[in-house]
Design a protein around this ligand. Sequence first.
Ligand SMILES: O=C(O)CCC(=O)C(=O)O
Length: 264
Amino acid sequence: MGSGSWELSAGERRAYAEDGFFIRLRSFGDAEVAALCAAAEQAVERASAAAAGGGAAQYEIDGNLYCEATGTTVQFEHRTGSRTIRVLEPFHHLDPLFESLIDDPRLVEPMRGLVGSSRIALFTDKLNLKRPREGSRFRWHQDSPYWAHCCPHVDRLPNVMLSLDDASERNGCLRVVRGSHTRGMLPGLEGEGRLGPLFTDPHGFDLSQQVPAEMPAGSLLFFSPHIVHGSEPNLSDAARRAMVLTYQPGGHPMFKVDAKREAG
Ligand SMILES: O=C(O)CCC(=O)C(=O)O
């Protein structure tokens, strides 16, 4: 990384092509992370209140509860009866700090290199909340099969995860499977409910290549839309919250939102 520039280095470009991911440690400082966490908790509180109100549409998929509230799909924790929020997607409209994150050069400049376009736009964004002793696992999956039905440029949807807490194996950090992105969309699971086909069949990739994305708060993990990834439950006393933003070439509408959001 050149000084004052957030552009991709040759090594990062190579890692993204060969491994499907790379990490930049501590790109955001403690005060910035604290402000993002405070805004995230407020957004979660508002979404919880809206979801508890009578007007919000609730539904179940494969026994797990979801709700549409505050312009967001709210996913609840998988324990029966839990009203703990697990994921908000999208969340960028819930606070001006999140809106400015979309345009932050620490995300946008490397993303221009990964998307392969100087003009880029937001595709989708998720706030993932792995609460202490409660945060459930994410099964092995690729993101591309979720998006392929509505997006013609699914190879050009790189993700960046901003870690809001120190992430380690203890609190269920994300795991990525090195090199699993190179064969496009892999076979999903059969006979495991409606979402089964979106979980990657473990016979289709090399589990020994999994890498725990351990990183301090404020770090960025850039990863391919085709990489197999997942995470274990959070059995620790420490939260493991993260924001995941996905970019695309400019001029295209977002996922789930009928609007365009150019970035940078
Ligand atoms: O935060 C996690 O552990 C999983 C995130 C993930 O898989 C995703 O956002 O697609």
